[in-house]
Design a protein around this ligand. Structure first.
Ligand code: 3HC
Length: 285
């Protein structure tokens, strides 16, 4: 499949990153958001990231301008009709995702591939509402998308070999490394990462060490780029709580059970960086 034009549904943290890396890799990109305010916020985030890249000497001014010129924003899904590949990156809500896939299936050309960036919803939920289940796959990017090298390509029961191979090729064309995973909760990375993050919260609850010392332990002792509690603030405590609940529902193993403290923090609105408070404070957010 010759992919030239890519659609991205949702221009939040993940969708804007996905749109950006596709545009930087030479694809024509159409990003869709629900309203013009969210769209302006999303495209503004792309401009800001590219500008920061220019300031760091990682991106030239010309590359920034070219990438931005390849991105078209819209609030209408109909504008994705000509795309060869559409990547859905809306919030982790099954009903919303099913609705998006049913609409995309209706408007996109028959040969187009439909991918989801979901980290927790099974791909079968989305492929099941389309008439092209062999052309539906998972494409799970990591935060921050422009910097993280990995993408999990997820093969659902119905995904064809041709779709998997097109997905793997597309990820490589973005300069990223794909790994192939089955359509099971957490795929590879979250299956291993989430219990580790939950254990860090349990260690804090038990008073094993302070927030700072737990983080320092894993950064300096294991060479991780961020400590687990910093990473939780970065990814979103609410997001991780949501994924943990999905893993627990599926496997019924205590290692996936969200700790008491985590649930209280979510209920209190302490979701991490994005709300200004998590395990650390982020003044000004
Ligand atoms: N444009 C281009 N390049 C940029 C850039 C920009 N705007 N901003 C930074 N960079 C480059 C830097 O120049 C640097 O490149 P270099 O290594 O060649 O010098 C590199 O990106 C790293 O940038 P920084 O030095 O500014 O930042 P840090 O070294 O502090 O790294 C980080 C930041 C990449 C976020 C690092 O802390 C990290 O890897 N953290 C862990 C993140 C992680 O685990 N993410 C996965 C979360 S789980 C997930 O997403 C799954 C979901 O389902 C929950």
């Amino acid at each position: 499949m010759n992919i030239q034009q890519v659609g991205v549904v949702g221009c939040g943290l993940m969708g804007s990153g996905i749109g950006q890396v596709c545009a930087q890799s030479g694809y024509q990109v159409v990003v869709r958001e629900a309203n013009s305010e969210l769209l302006a916020k999303g495209t503004g985030r792309i401009e800001k990231f590219l500008q920061a890249g220019v300031e760091k000497g990682k991106v030239t001014e010309a590359q920034k301008r070219e990438a931005l010129s390849r991105i078209r924003g819209t609030t209408s899904l109909d504008d994705l009709a000509a795309c060869d590949l559409v990547i859905e990156a809306v919030t982790e809500n099954v009903e919303l995702k099913r609705e998006v896939f049913a609409t995309l299936d209706r408007i996109c050309k028959p040969e187009a591939l439909l991918a989801s960036n979901t980290s927790s919803v099974c791909i079968a939920e989305m492929s099941g509402v389309t008439k092209r289940p062999s052309q539906v796959l998972g494409m799970h990017f990591f935060n921050p998308v422009p910097l993280m090298k990995l993408v999990e390509v997820v093969r659902a029961l119905t995904t064809s070999d041709a779709t998997v191979s097109a997905g793997m090729g597309f990820v490589r064309s973005l300069g990223k490394t794909p790994i192939l995973a089955k359509d099971t909760p957490g795929f590879v990375v979250n299956l291993l990462l989430v219990p580790y993050l939950l254990d860090a919260v349990r260690a804090l609850e038990r008073g094993v060490a302070s927030v700072e010392d737990i983080d320092q332990g894993m950064v300096l002792g294991c060479g991780y780029p961020m400590g687990p509690l910093t990473l939780l603030d970065f990814v979103g405590i609410d997001t991780t709580y949501y994924i943990a609940n999905i893993l627990f529902d599926e496997f019924k193993e205590t290692r996936y059970a969200a700790p008491t403290l985590m649930k209280r923090m979510v209920l209190a609105g302490h979701h991490g960086r994005k709300t200004g408070k998590g395990f650390y404070d982020y003044p000004g957010k």
